[in-house]
Design a protein around this ligand. Structure first.
Ligand code: 10E
Ligand code: SF4
Length: 316
């Protein structure tokens, strides 16, 4: 039987960012250095495939530091942790390695600096997301006010409307965030912000690639996990940029072939925590059903790399 033709637009960049790459390496190197088990507080990155792979190598994933024994090393996830977490680890004299992405740590430092200058912070982020919890937890309670939407700005009740600064989660929608920042600046003209918002290079680049693909693709599939914020934003960006069938898939077996129907083009990308093997799996699944022509849509070239912490570097 002849297969129907299909153009597969492959987003570039897609998949692992430098912070995810580093965090996974940290867990692997820690297991090499200290042997198994090495504890990891929270999923090191939001991807079941990555977590299962590291678990098989000797990592034990827990949600809270209290679930770790005193005498085994613990790694903090790439999303960052409130200050109380390393403090508790130190109090228990535990060995710990912080895998917080340096670009998240940069936001922590920004918050700290503004706080020391006497400013109250507004954080644009998603309530309950570990990065938001970690960033807000850099400062004492009440010093960081959270807004999730433009509408939330009207409800803010800062201590002094003239002494405010804002920070953001690193994985937000670039376009939605512009609207929230504009609402903050309209209500609090003196609010201080970063030169560019804190959305990282990887988030920005992955969203731009999806935007370039969306107008010409009948469907967009984003490889990523349901709890991966940046992956979910890519689905929204795809829809808003003109592709009404924009879906998240964890891997090929989750593709809903029936609802894809008679498409002749598809866009494929992957969130910052989704491994390339899962993208390849998705492409292979299309090849099994269609006569696929892959067209790479490259909107940026990334050369960012982060070093692992010294304690592991010296060992390697
Ligand atoms: O849910 P998120 O997108 O924040 O996390 P992820 O693990 O899917 O991707 C990596 C992004 C991090 C660590 C946050 N900056
Ligand atoms: Fe770091 Fe950005 Fe990747 Fe988050 S998405 S881990 S901030 S590079």
């Amino acid at each position: 039987m002849t297969k129907p033709p299909l153009t597969l637009y492959l987003a570039a960049p897609r998949g692992f960012c430098a912070g995810v790459d580093r965090a996974i390496k940290i867990v692997e190197m820690a297991i090499e250095k200290w042997g198994a088990p090495v504890y990891v507080r929270h999923e090191i990155v939001h991807n079941k495939f990555v977590v299962d792979d590291l678990r098989a190598k000797g990592a034990v994933f827990v949600e809270e530091l209290e679930d770790c024994p005193d005498d085994r090393p613990v790694i903090f996830s790439a999303h960052g942790v409130p200050k109380s977490v390393p403090a508790a680890a130190e109090a228990r004299q535990m060995v710990y390695v912080d895998a917080t992405c340096p670009l998240v740590s940069k936001v922590h430092i920004e918050a700290e600096r503004h706080h020391q200058n006497g400013l109250q912070m507004v954080m644009i982020g998603h309530a309950g997301h570990p990065e938001t919890v970690g960033t807000m937890g850099q400062l004492p309670a009440g010093e960081v006010l959270l807004v999730e939407t433009e509408a939330d700005v009207a409800g803010l009740a800062p201590r002094d409307p003239e002494r405010l600064a804002f920070i953001t989660q690193t994985t937000l929608s670039v376009d939605d965030t512009k609207g929230i920042v504009a609402a903050l600046q309209a209500r609090f003209p003196k609010i201080i912000g970063p030169h560019k918002e804190d959305i990282c290079y990887a988030t920005t680049n992955r969203q731009a690639a999806v935007k370039a693909i969306a107008p010409k693709a009948d469907a967009i599939l984003v490889v990523g996990a349901p709890n991966s914020s940046n992956s979910r934003r890519l689905v929204e960006v795809g829809s808003k940029a003109g592709c009404s069938y924009s879906q998240l898939v964890q891997r090929a077996e989750n593709i809903d072939w029936r609802s894809l129907g008679g498409i002749s083009s598809v866009g494929v990308t992957a969130g910052a925590s989704a491994p390339e093997v899962l993208v390849e799996e998705v492409i292979d699944a299309f090849r099994a059903r269609y006569d696929v022509t892959v067209e790479q849509v490259e909107t940026a070239v990334e050369r960012v790399e982060f070093k692992v912490p010294r304690v592991l570097r010296d060992f390697a």
